[in-house]
Design a protein around this ligand. Structure first.
Ligand code: NOJ
Length: 536
């Protein structure tokens, strides 16, 4: 395996809307990001993945792009962006952009021209007189009527996100040019949005399913693989950059097909199997979380994949400490244990803004506090069913993507140090004690744990490139070894909320979330959420 820079990089995801507001309009922006580059440098990250900052009417917070070559004025200007790349570069930090090419916004010039009847642009999208039975990822149908016509257009996400027709060579050329435009500005790659569903094999009716009927006609199709190979060959291979694909419904075998070194498609993929361990089929239906199921999914990907893009949070997922830890009683310990998990597995680790200070799910009280289009759609659908309002709200608040999208908590002031204005979305009430200002001086805090661990990882060949081997341990205890040559690191994580037996491992303590100086001091028992990193 080649040891490219992005394999050992620690990547930090910024959701620009919620990171830092510099001008008091309640919306995070690029100058705000620039003002916190020193904070990120101190944390030790190598690369920032920016969720979309392109011009957008924001029906899906930027994942509906109306101009791929313009910066959303809410976030700043192109000069601000260029400054960000430069200032980050000066600190040794690279910038990766989101590439959203399954769909555009319905306000994109291409779609407007298509609606106006321009034949060329009509063929950039899927317009049909008959709709098929496909379902949308956001609930409901995947087809909507084109305004003022008897024709329908396809949208796998919201009706404001019409799908591009990847059979059209002009679409391919346009996207290649867009990619070059940003790569020429010095960015280091792309996180590719829902990249394994962009190429539709046919528009036939799909097998009827509860959700996402039609999936078999566009999921990881051979045409999709071919397209990824062409994009790599024609554009990406000319730059020192990487791609990480957001790939839905893939197992390790398919993940390897999408990112295998010899396949020359993507460089890494985000799998979802571990994110599904506390749900039944769809995320709205809860399954009690069991650490064992999470461990099984992670172990499978670690064992079967050539490489993995590791993450426990992003802008679409609830906060990990509320999900896999205990935000009420053991927030510190469990956040550190999860840090050890994410940063010690084999693969490239991604940290989501606020994860490094143990931010939790938000205490939403009412549906009107929810901004996310997906949650609002689902709420509308559920409201038609005989489900009590309180139950419906509880279902939504638990998993809404807005849990991850509340503003970054910098301090305990009314605006959490995020804004001096009215924030675009509610600030989590716990910013009074969960915030960066509190964490910074705390040698024993979550943030310090991240810094120490990232610094350790940087000089450890075993953690960066070593083999992975799971070790025998009690239920809910994840013990694994990472080894490169003579250097070996052993990681033991009690992911349970209760004490559990410590497995038979030895080594010098590098990091502990309970202040242990030696493995012997455990006397065979691990505390709830206890994590130990040992060097042999
Ligand atoms: C996946 C993105 O992560 C999500 O936020 C977005 O809503 C959909 N793709 C549609 O672009």
């Amino acid at each position: 395996m080649n040891k490219e820079w992005w394999r050992k990089a620690v990547i930090y995801q910024i959701y620009p809307r919620s990171f830092k507001d510099s001008n008091g309009d309640g919306i995070g922006d690029i100058p705000g990001i620039i003002s916190e580059l020193d904070y990120l440098k101190e944390l030790g990250i190598d690369c920032i993945w920016l969720s979309p900052i392109y011009a957008s009417p924001n029906f899906d917070n930027g994942y509906d792009i109306s101009d791929y070559r313009a910066i959303n004025p809410e976030f700043g200007t192109m000069e601000d962006f260029d400054k960000l790349v430069k200032e980050a570069g000066d600190r040794g930090i690279k910038i990766v952009m989101d590439l959203v090419i399954n769909h555009t916004s319905n306000e994109h010039e291409w779609f407007r021209k298509a609606l106006a009847g321009d034949k060329k642009y009509r063929d950039y999208y899927y317009f049909r007189s008959q709709k098929n039975n496909w379902g949308s990822f956001f609930g409901g149908k995947a087809w909507s009527k084109a305004p003022g016509e008897d024709m329908y257009y396809l949208h796998l996400f919201s009706e404001n996100q019409p799908d591009l027709n990847w059979h059209n060579p002009d679409v391919y050329k346009e996207v290649c040019d867009i990619m070059r435009f940003w790569l020429d500005k010095g960015i280091a790659g792309f996180r590719c949005d829902v990249i394994n569903v962009i190429y539709k094999d046919s528009l036939d009716n799909g097998k009827r399913r509860l959700v996402l009927s039609g999936l078999e006609h566009y999921l990881s199709t051979e045409g999709n693989h071919e397209l990824l190979r062409r994009l790599r060959q024609d554009v990406l291979s000319k730059y020192d950059c990487f791609t990480v694909g957001e790939t839905v419904f893939v197992d390790p075998a398919e993940a390897n097909r999408l990112m295998g070194e010899d396949r020359k498609e993507l460089n890494m993929v985000f799998g979802f199997e571990h994110m599904e361990c506390d749900q039944r089929g769809v995320k709205w239906f809860r399954r009690t979380y069991s650490p064992e199921r999470l461990i099984r999914a992670l172990d499978r990907w670690q064992t079967e994949c050539e490489w993995t893009a590791n993450y426990l949070e992003n802008h679409d997922q609830p906060r990990s400490v509320s999900r896999f830890g205990d935000a009420e009683n053991c927030r510190r310990e469990s956040a550190k244990m999860l840090a050890a998990l994410n940063l010690c597995l084999r693969g490239t680790p991604f940290i989501y803004e606020g994860e490094e200070i143990g931010m939790t799910n938000c205490d939403f009280k009412k549906m009107f506090e929810i901004r996310d289009i997906e949650s609002r759609n689902v709420n509308d659908i559920l409201a038609r069913l005989p489900i009590p309002k309180r139950t419906r709200e509880k279902m939504i608040f638990r998993v809404t993507r807005d849990n991850a999208r509340t503003p970054m908590q910098w301090d305990n002031t009314a605006g959490a140090g995020f804004t001096e204005g009215l924030p675009w979305i509610r600030i989590n009430g716990n910013h009074e004690w969960v915030n960066v200002e509190n964490e910074l001086p705390d040698e024993d805090g979550i943030l310090s744990f991240y810094k120490k661990l990232i610094a350790y990882r940087k000089q450890s060949e075993a953690l960066q490139f070593g083999d992975y081997k799971k070790l025998p341990a009690e239920k809910g205890v994840y013990a694994f070894e990472r080894q490169a040559g003579n250097s070996k690191v052993t990681v033991v994580l009690n992911m349970n909320s209760y004490e559990e037996e410590f497995p038979e491992v030895t080594g010098r303590v590098i990091l502990s979330n309970y202040g242990r100086l030696s493995a012997e001091s455990l006397e065979g028992h691990m505390k709830p959420y206890e994590a130990l990193i040992l060097e042999n």
